[in-house]
Write a protein that binds this ligand. Structure first.
Ligand code: GP9
Ligand code: MN
Length: 631
């Protein structure tokens, strides 16, 4: 071969080798689930995009430094990858900064570290060895000295490559970064290195907000909740379910409009409709979730605090101090658990559940999931309940167990054999598909009730069912108005569509339909009340739904609200009964009639309440508050 052969510069070789290695690790060592070809493609692209981004920086250095930079970044990158690998072998999760510095995890790793390190792991350093070798043996061929334009070109290429990766990821998972659903999704879509950068940025923001809080805000907030929310009154139902098991079922995306309603002349939820007859059923119960969707609804139920206006509080503030339902129940002798056949890191659940005192999380690894028994997001609900019963029976009693269903999740895919009713016919495929999937969930719950009875658990339990959030978004308003037989969906209708079913089924109790306004914020005080657990020092923004003396509004997370008389949304104030528009711009400033505004006084209370709740979370204020002070 002649001496004039074309040399491939080391930064390119390094990008290819390191990218390839990272891909192999993602694909074959991390158990990353790939649901479609697009995900496969993204997973293939991102290791190379990340590697090229870092290594291409080297072209800006002088030749000697260039090679040094490549050697050390390849080594450091491998170390980071390797630490994640070790962490993954133990926790089946990726490293997140706060968890890494959390004493218990580090200790856990420490004791088992030897079993997590394998001899063949040395292979992971093969590319580093090649890079070192080449840079030492053939420094002249390996380094480049580009002109400025070529350097800029290399940089632009690497950024373009990253952008391309990000755009594909956004197509695959809209709002990936804003919503932060799942560490695995982030790694899958952006790669482990970009994920770490994102995680560090997110955690720094959280930390910075927390630093300036000193607890002086607490007395004012405590006074507010004592006056407005936490009621000390006890209804006749106080303690009615004392020492009973609590089985809480979160109904994925089930909204109230399907209850006692039909599609193509068929009942949509026959089982739930019948269940109303021997349960407490709240027909004006609203979800109060935002971007954190299911996890926001869980947060509301566990804490009676509001989720955040942006992002998922489960992710951003999963390490805060809380006084959550499972912790309170533990004090009362309860064992608590969650059943959900999804990846445990989704919504950061593994971290959050641990923090708020759940004893056990039966995640996807506790279930047998295969092609036949899954659809859409995973295990079908009927299978899910079926496979859960044995675990439920094995638990120490009394228990608090939360079940999170999954099948009725957007885009509402369902196998033909599981559909008992026909789809709707409109321009929205989503709405059309929604009805048979809701019916499927209804049937799954019916079967669960039967299994509970058969297992003997039913009599000693109360069963609570709640829709987690809307399933049909505003995008489908046209189809929705067709279905509801309305000309259009007004902001008033939109608020009313945020109602989700809420049932409290106490075997042996007749129950009744309750029309008072209610929300997810009220679940925690209500359950504690039924279980007869006094919790006077708690700070909750909700109230027990069975007492007379209740706060007079339900705040939605976007600032809309529902009061006995009014519904307010997007600057418009409506009569709650008739839906008639009373005023726009309720500040009244335009008309100079501030005093007469119907919605303004409540709007101010709502804003205050949401801001108090946000302050607690951003400042991690509960670390300054002693929940057992007066006991
Ligand atoms: C994921 C499940 C669904 O585990 O809770 O999440 P969602 O998108 O409804 O928040
Ligand atoms: Mn959900």
């Amino acid at each position: 071969m002649s001496k004039r052969q074309v040399n491939i510069p080391l930064y390119i070789i390094a990008s290819i080798l390191f990218g390839l290695k990272t891909y192999i690790v993602y694909r074959f060592i991390f158990n990353i689930s790939l649901d479609n070809p697009m995900q496969e493609l993204i997973l293939f692209i991102n290791p190379f995009a990340s590697a090229f981004l870092i290594f291409a920086v080297s072209v800006w250095f002088v030749k000697k430094r260039q090679l040094k930079f490549l050697r050390y970044t390849a080594f450091l990158g491998t170390i980071i990858l390797y630490f994640n690998l070790i962490f993954y072998r133990n926790f089946t999760d990726f490293i997140t900064i706060p968890v890494l510095f959390q004493g218990s995890n580090a200790a856990d790793l420490g004791s088992s570290i030897l079993s997590l390190v394998h001899l063949q792991d040395l292979l992971l350093f093969a590319d580093v060895a090649i890079i070192w070798y080449l840079s030492r043996k053939r420094p002249e061929d390996m380094a480049v000295s580009y002109r400025k334009r070529a350097k800029t070109m290399a940089l632009s290429m690497s950024l373009l490559f990253l952008l391309f990766n990000y755009v594909l990821a956004e197509i695959e998972r809209p709002q990936l970064l804003q919503r932060t659903f799942d560490r695995e999704y982030l790694v899958k879509n952006l790669g482990v290195f970009n994920y770490h950068i994102y995680d560090i940025a997110l955690q720094s923001k959280t930390k910075a907000q927390r630093v300036f809080a000193d607890g002086t805000e607490m007395p004012e907030i405590k006074k507010y909740v004592d006056n407005n929310a936490t009621s000390e009154q006890k209804s006749d139902l106080f303690g009615i379910a004392e020492d009973k098991n609590v089985i809480f079922v979160s109904l994925e995306s089930v909204q109230s409009f399907v209850i006692n309603n039909e599609v193509n002349g068929e009942e949509i939820t026959p089982f739930l409709n019948d269940l109303i007859d021997d349960s407490y059923y709240f027909e004006n119960f609203y979800h109060q979730t935002q971007q954190g969707k299911t996890s926001d609804s869980e947060f509301l139920v566990e804490n009676s605090l509001y989720p955040l206006p942006r992002g998922a509080v489960y992710f951003t503030h999963g390490q805060n101090e809380y006084n959550a339902l499972p912790e309170i129940l533990k004090e009362a002798g309860y064992h608590s658990s969650v059943f959900h056949a999804n990846n445990k890191s989704f919504w950061n659940r593994d971290v959050m559940y641990d923090n708020i005192g759940y004893d056990k999380f039966f995640d996807v690894d506790s279930y047998e999931v295969n092609e036949e028994n899954s659809i859409g997001w995973g295990l079908k609900d009927k299978e899910f309940f079926d496979q859960s019963i044995k675990y439920l029976q094995g638990q120490q009693q009394p228990f608090y167990s939360k079940f999170i269903t999954l099948t009725n999740h957007y885009p509402f895919d369902l196998d033909e054999e599981d559909a008992s009713i026909d789809q709707y016919d409109s321009n929205s495929r989503t709405l059309n598909q929604y009805f048979p999937t809701v019916r499927y969930t209804d049937e799954a719950v019916q079967q669960f009730f039967a299994d509970l009875k058969e297992s003997g658990l039913y009599e000693d339990s109360i069963i609570v069912l709640m829709g987690d959030h809307y399933g049909i978004s505003e995008f489908h308003n046209k189809a929705m108005s067709q279905y509801l037989g309305k000309e259009e969906i007004t902001p008033y209708d939109h608020v009313q569509l945020q109602r989700v079913p809420f049932f409290i089924h106490i075997p042996g109790q007749e129950g009744g339909v309750i029309s008072d306004i209610a929300g997810q914020i009220d679940v925690k005080p209500t359950l504690l009340h039924l279980l007869g657990i006094e919790n006077e020092d708690d700070i909750t923004f909700g109230t027990d739904l069975f007492t007379e003396d209740r706060k007079d509004f339900i705040a939605l997370r976007d600032g809309s609200f529902i009061s006995d008389e009014y519904i307010y949304s997007k600057g418009q104030c409506f009569n709650r009964e008739t839906g008639e528009l009373i005023e726009t711009d309720p500040t009244g400033l335009d008309q100079g009639n501030e005093q007469d505004s119907a919605c303004q006084p409540i709007k101010e209370k709502v804003e205050k309440e949401l801001s108090y709740s946000d302050q607690i979370i951003y400042g991690d204020l509960f670390r300054f508050y002693n929940f057992e002070e007066d006991e």
